[in-house]
Every structure is written in structure tokens, then in C-alpha cells.
Design a protein around this ligand. Structure first.
Ligand code: UDX
Length: 429
């Protein structure tokens, strides 16, 4: 089918590339001319495993094109996907101005029936507003349908999640666009659920909030584990084997971050407030997450006492593994906290150092993860990169002035760390 995607960020670009991969013709639109030029010239603006090859293959095959003109995308497609940012406003609610602007642009460019699909994460009832806007600003007064089709991809696994989704949610106001959406998703071999548009919009906020709740639950448990001598990983394993609970998203950590969970939680709390419900459960999820960072910083200061004039190595800057994204990264927050206490930092991240340079000042960026610990008073693991498990721990121990390792991601085995002679402090163990 002929598709366009307005917004070429994580969701838009990966979605566009995956749609092209299964044979659709896709025009990706972005108002950032530099980004569009990069993509047209064969470059890629973000790091995401598998994406570069996917984009190159489909661009070369002529199925994936890029433009800065919304009208061009709309003209060349039957179905227009919106994947623009919906960032938080200072009060926690969602800034829908990008979405509204794009809805107006689409309206102005429509000359025949279009299906307009919202992929951005939006508050329930936004679909109604998009429909009103298109109706109001449509010049040609042609027919259209608005659909909600939330995206559930995880950064770092975005291509995999898109090619093999757990489910596709299609929220509609009438049955008319359903067949086209089913045709678009037929090659993905995933269950499709068709709902009303409000439910589809709610499914996204409800899912992300629930996953965040799962993490805060396990992080709260980690505090009880530490106080009682239990081991959070064993507790999570034991719980996770119950199919009703599941082991995923029960990884205790120094807290969740990223561009989705913190923002979606605040937005969902606000949405609930606006309809008269005080979602205290989710407020507690936020509080536990903030406390988790406090507790980790305290663990470091309790052990090292004064941080002023001490050097700390930090492994991990991205908000999670397999990405160069540092938005709302707990690792970066930790770096800032340690700097505030007066510590000098030596840092490393496999992919996020370039982006981190813009926001992390007066630190030493170290290219080799095994060299970070050199001359440091302690080493901290802040992001769950798989390759950190391959650290040369003998060398790290020899490099540190004292063999102290704080692990905010529980990457190493307790007995092994003891055998190697580390003072090893992790989460909930
Ligand atoms: C999330 C949702 O998973 C995805 O479905 C949605 O579309 C967008 O938001 P993402 O933000 O890319 O995806 O990352 P995710 O893998 O969910 O991790 C979010 C944060 O939680 C990271 O900081 C991660 O380190 C942390 N996390 C995750 C934990 O601390 N413990 C866990 O068990 C899982």
C-alpha cells in the first residue's frame, strides 16, 4: 500500500522502514531538513540495532523516501501515519501542539479520502480532537477517517518489536478503515485487536504505566530484600515463574528512565485527574522510582563518605542498553548527582558518549570500558549493557585504588565478586 509517516523520530523512522521492508511504499516526512538530508544521503540520525541496514535496503529498492513536505507525503499515500513527539508540559500534561499542527497540515493537503492514523502516544479522546481539526481545516472537504494505532516498541529492540509485535491495536470510530489497516499489518503475523478509539488510546498509557509499576514494585521489594538478607533476583525468579506474573520487567535497578515511562506516567496521572480520579497508585510508582536513585546515591556516599576530590568511574550513560538515547537517563542523573557531591568522573558508554558530551561537562570520556576504572576510587554500573558483563574484572580490580564496585543493574554474580576480592554493592541482594 502507499503510506506516509509524518515524524521521523524513533517511532516514525522504524515504523516507516519496517512497513517498507514488508513491501509497502512509504514516504517519511520530517520538518527537520538536516535530518531528511542525512536520511536521503544514506545516513541515519539515531542508533538502533538493525535499522541502518533496513533503511538502506528499502531506500535503495525505492520503497522508502524522505521529504520535508507534509503535502507531498499526504498526496502520495492512502494512509497517513502521525508519529510526532508528544512531550510533557511543566504540569505533567501532554503538549499536543505538534500533533495539532500536523493535523492541520494534513487537512490542508487532502484532496481525496484518507485514513489518518495516530501512532504518537496521546491522552484518551485526542482522536476526536484530531478528527475535529481535520474537518475544520480541510480545504477540499473530502471524506476521511481517524484511527488510533499506538506503538509499543522498545528502544534498542525497536526493529524486532515492530517486525514481531505481541499485538496490533487498532482503534476506530467506524468500521470503514479497518480493512486497510488489517492489510497494512497482514505481513506482520500478529494478533490484531480492533477497539473503539478511546480504548486504543488508553491501552497505550495503561500498558506503559503498568510496566513502570512492575519495575517500581520490584524496586520496592529490593529494599525489603536488602533489609532482610533476601536476594531480589531469586525473589523475582520465583515470582516470575507464575505465568500470571511473568519474569519480564522485574529487573531491580537504580530506577527506570527514558522518553516514555516518566512522561507517560505523569500524563496518565494528569488524564485521570482531569476526569476526577486521583491515581495515587501511579504517584507511588513515581515516588518509588525517585527514592531508588536516592538510595543508590546514599549507598555510594555511605561507603565512600566524602566524594569531594574522589574519582568515580561510571559505566553506562544511556537510559538503557542498546541505544544512544540519554533522555531522562538515570545514569546521567546519577553522574550529575555525583558531580554535585564533588566527585570527578571517568565515564564510558558503548553508544551514547557522543550525545552525552552535550550535557555532561567536566568529565573524562573513556573509549575502552576496561580502562574506565584506572585511578578511580570506585566503579559504578549505571546502564544494563550486555557487554559490561564481559568486563575484565581482574584488570578493573587492579586499576581501582580500592576494589569497590556499585552495581545499579545487578550484572554480576555475588559469589564471583567476593571471590575476586571486590567490595560489591548491588540492588536488593
Ligand atoms: C517503553 C515500553 O517498553 C514500550 O513498550 C513503549 O512503546 C515505550 O516505552 P522504552 O522506553 O524503549 O520502552 O524502554 P524499556 O525497555 O521499557 O525500559 C524503560 C526503562 O526501564 C529503562 O530505563 C530500563 O533500564 C528500565 N527497566 C526496564 C528496569 O529498570 N527494569 C526492568 O525490568 C525493565
Amino acid at each position: 500500500m502507499n503510506l506516509s509517516i509524518i515524524g521521523t523520530g524513533y517511532v516514525g523512522l522504524v515504523t516507516g522502514a519496517c512497513f517498507a521492508e514488508v513491501g509497502h511504499r512509504v514516504v517519511c516526512v520530517d520538518n527537520d531538513a538536516a535530518k531528511v538530508r542525512t536520511l536521503q544521503a544514506g545516513g541515519i540520525p539515531i542508533y538502533e540495532p538493525g535499522l541502518e541496514e533496513l533503511v538502506a535496503r528499502n531506500r535503495d529498492a525505492g520503497r522508502l523516501t524522505f521529504t520535508t513536505h507534509t503535502a507531498e507525503g499526504v498526496e502520495q499515500s492512502d494512509v497517513v501515519f502521525i508519529a510526532v513527539p508528544t512531550p510533557p508540559l511543566p504540569d505533567g500534561s501532554v503538549d499536543l501542539s505538534y500533533l495539532e499542527k500536523v493535523a492541520r497540515e494534513i487537512a490542508a493537503a487532502m484532496t481525496r479520502y484518507k485514513i489518518v492514523v495516530d501512532k504518537s502516544t496521546v491522552p484518551v479522546k485526542t482522536g476526536d480532537k484530531v478528527a475535529e481539526t481535520i474537518k475544520r481545516y480541510g480545504k477540499a472537504k473530502v471524506d476521511f477517517d481517524v484511527v488510533s494505532n499506538p506503538e509499543f516498541l522498545r528502544e534498542g529492540f525497536a526493529v524486532e518489536d515492530l517486525m514481531r509485535p505481541d499485538r496490533i491495536v487498532i482503534g476506530v470510530r467506524s468500521p470503514r478503515p479497518v480493512a486497510a489497516l488489517k492489510q497494512i499489518y497482514a505481513p506482520f503475523d500478529a494478533p490484531i485487536i480492533v477497539t473503539d478509539i478511546n480504548s486504543a488510546e488508553l491501552i497505550k498509557h495503561a500498558s506503559n504505566s503498568f510496566l513502570a509499576l512492575k519495575i517500581s514494585y520490584v524496586n520496592a521489594l529490593s529494599v525489603v530484600c536488602e533489609a532482610t538478607g533476601a536476594n531480589i533476583q531469586e525473589v523475582a525468579n520465583g515470582m516470575g515463574m507464575d505465568a500470571r506474573i511473568g519474569r519480564r520487567f522485574l529487573q531491580a535497578s537504580l530506577g527506570f528512565g527514558g522518553s516514555c515511562f516518566p512522561k507517560d506516567l505523569s500524563a496518565f496521572i494528569k488524564i485521570a485527574e482531569q476526569v476526577g480520579y486521583d491515581f495515587r497508585l501511579l504517584k507511588e510508582v513515581q515516588r518509588i522510582n525517585a527514592d531508588q536513585m536516592e538510595r543508590f546515591v546514599k549507598k555510594i556516599t555511605d561507603t565512600l563518605w566524602v566524594l569531594k576530590d574522589k574519582t568515580i568511574g561510571v559505566l553506562g550513560l544511556a537510559f538503557k542498553q542498546n541505544t544512544d538515547d540519554i533522555r531522562m537517563s538515570p545514569a546521567l542523573e546519577l553522574c550529575h548527582r555525583l558531580q554535585k557531591e564533588g566527585a570527578a568522573l571517568r565515564v564510558h558508554d558503548p553508544k551514547a558518549m557522543e550525545k552525552a558530551r552535550a550535557v555532561l561537562k567536566d568529565v573524562t570520556f573513556v573509549a575502552d570500558m576496561n580502562a574506565v576504572a584506572e585511578g578511580c576510587d570506585a566503579l559504578v554500573i549505571a546502564t544494563e549493557w550486555e557487554e559490561f558483563k564481559q568486563l575484565d574484572l581482574e584488570r578493573v580490580r587492579r586499576s581501582l585504588t580500592h576494589p569497590i564496585l556499585f552495581d545499579g543493574r545487578n550484572l554480576f554474580d555475588l559469589a564471583e565478586m567476593e571471590r575476586l576480592g571486590f567490595i560489591y554493592k548491588s540492588i536488593g541482594r
